[in-house]
Design a protein around this ligand. Structure first.
Ligand SMILES: C=C(CC[C@@H](C)[C@H]1CC[C@H]2C3=CC[C@H]4[C@H](C)[C@@H](O)CC[C@]4(C)[C@H]3CC[C@]12C)C(C)C
Ligand SMILES: C[S@@+](CC[C@H](N)C(=O)[O-])C[C@H]1O[C@@H](n2cnc3c(N)ncnc32)[C@H](O)[C@@H]1O
Length: 365
């Protein structure tokens, strides 16, 4: 082959490869968020590195730092975290930022939807009901629940960038008349007392330093008789604080997922009762007969490698901001810890509680 022809062939093959990696494979999970669109939330491109260091400084502060002082800083730290990860989550996982038990023979998308529809069914959601989504992300669950039940949903998230993403997805799905999104702290919500028929939180309240603060707020805004379902991140009774592997896995999950400290499974219902809820049902959805939730993380080694290459290439080309690679590495690392947490059974991201705010007469008994 002529040298010139060879050069042209190589250039065309290179272009085709980059195109396939970035534009075709780059739309990893859902259409709508491609690798070339990766931003870092509302963080300016040249500040990503600083924000990433700021995120880590939270874990570097001495353990003996007064818990209350640290707790005050948590919402800002969680907000920074979601600025850093929201686009990578959407690109590599989808619009629902949670796990689901796998369903043999069905897609991840189906498994996700079934896990979300279970919430609507537990809440007996139907047209005319007004539900609250506590920590709503970019609204994947909210749209599934509205579409499934016909109810109206108001979501709250601490992260302004997610509010904009969620509103835009709601509009595109034609659900903006039924789905509303508010920016705010779920530990001090901007809603009147007794203003919701039902509420749910999917893998979100683990970001609260004190579960009482968020459960207390949900109790306040629910109408008497209203139901609240939560899927909680917890350590299970198999966790041993004197086993170094267990400690490393749990700390790895906390560091890579902006958690002020994972709770024990038995703390959840106790806190619910403390703030006044009746516990209607409590069940760990991660244990058999459920199929593993972590297989989706494990099966993706090739995708992680591909994603990492795409991100490096885009950073080099200055399409993606500097610092994205570091955030991506952090997520890869936490994926290993989450998988290990699932395999050992010491961690569950779906400890489900169904709670009811009692009617006044029942409360007085
Ligand atoms: C509830 C929370 C988030 C749960 C999950 C949605 C996310 C936890 C870890 C995330 C990921 C890890 C690896 C990433 C991978 C390296 C990248 O190439 C593509 C995206 C990941 C798969 C990413 C996707 C979302 C998670 C699974 C917490 C924060 C309380
Ligand atoms: C892992 S995401 C889950 C999102 C959504 N439930 C889903 O399943 O797609 C956790 C969510 O909780 C929100 N969150 C965390 N702390 C919060 C706080 N103090 N107030 C409001 N939202 C908060 C985050 O902004 C994020 O939207």
């Amino acid at each position: 082959m002529e040298p010139a022809t060879m050069a042209w062939t190589l250039a065309a093959a290179g272009f085709a490869l980059v195109y396939w990696f970035v534009w075709v494979m780059g739309a990893a999970e859902v259409q709508g968020k491609r690798a070339v669109d990766l931003q870092m939330g509302s963080i300016a491109g040249d500040k990503v590195g600083d924000k990433y260091s700021q995120y880590w400084s939270f874990f570097r502060s001495p353990k003996e730092t007064a818990a209350a002082a640290t707790a005050d800083k948590v919402p800002a730290f969680v907000d920074t975290f979601y600025n850093l990860v929201t686009d990578i989550y959407e690109w590599g996982w989808g619009q629902s930022f949670h796990f689901s038990p796998s369903l043999p023979g069905r897609s991840h998308r189906d498994a996700t939807r079934v896990h979300e529809e279970r919430v609507a069914d537990l809440l007996e959601a139907r047209p005319g009901k007004r539900l609250l989504d506590v920590g709503c992300g970019v609204g994947g669950p909210m749209r599934a629940i509205t579409a499934h039940s016909g109810s109206n949903v108001v979501g709250i998230t601490i992260n302004e960038y997610q509010v904009n993403r969620a509103r835009s997805h709601n509009r595109k799905a034609g659900l903006d008349a039924q789905c509303e999104v508010v920016c705010g702290n779920f530990m001090a919500m901007p809603f009147p007392d007794a203003s919701f028929d039902g509420a749910y939180s999917i893998e979100a309240t683990c970001h609260a330093p004190r579960l009482q603060d968020v459960y207390g707020e949900v109790f306040r805004v629910l109408k008497p008789g209203g139901l609240y379902v939560s899927y909680e991140w917890v350590t299970t009774p198999l966790y041993r604080a004197d086993d170094p592997e267990h400690v490393e896995v749990i700390q790895g999950i906390e560091r890579g997922d902006a958690l002020p400290g994972l709770r024990r499974q038995d703390e959840i219902a106790a806190v619910a009762k403390e703030v006044g809820f009746d516990v209607v049902k409590e069940l760990d959805l991660a244990v058999p007969p459920s199929h593993p939730w972590w297989t989706r993380l494990k099966m993706g080694r090739l995708s992680y490698w591909r994603n990492s290459l795409v991100i490096r290439a885009l950073t080099l080309l200055r399409v993606a901001p500097k610092g994205v690679s570091e955030v991506h590495e952090m997520l890869y690392d936490t994926a290993q810890h989450l998988t290990r947490g699932g395999e050992t059974g010491i961690f569950s991201p779906m400890h489900m509680v169904l709670l009811r705010r009692p009617e006044p007469a029942a409360a007085a008994e």
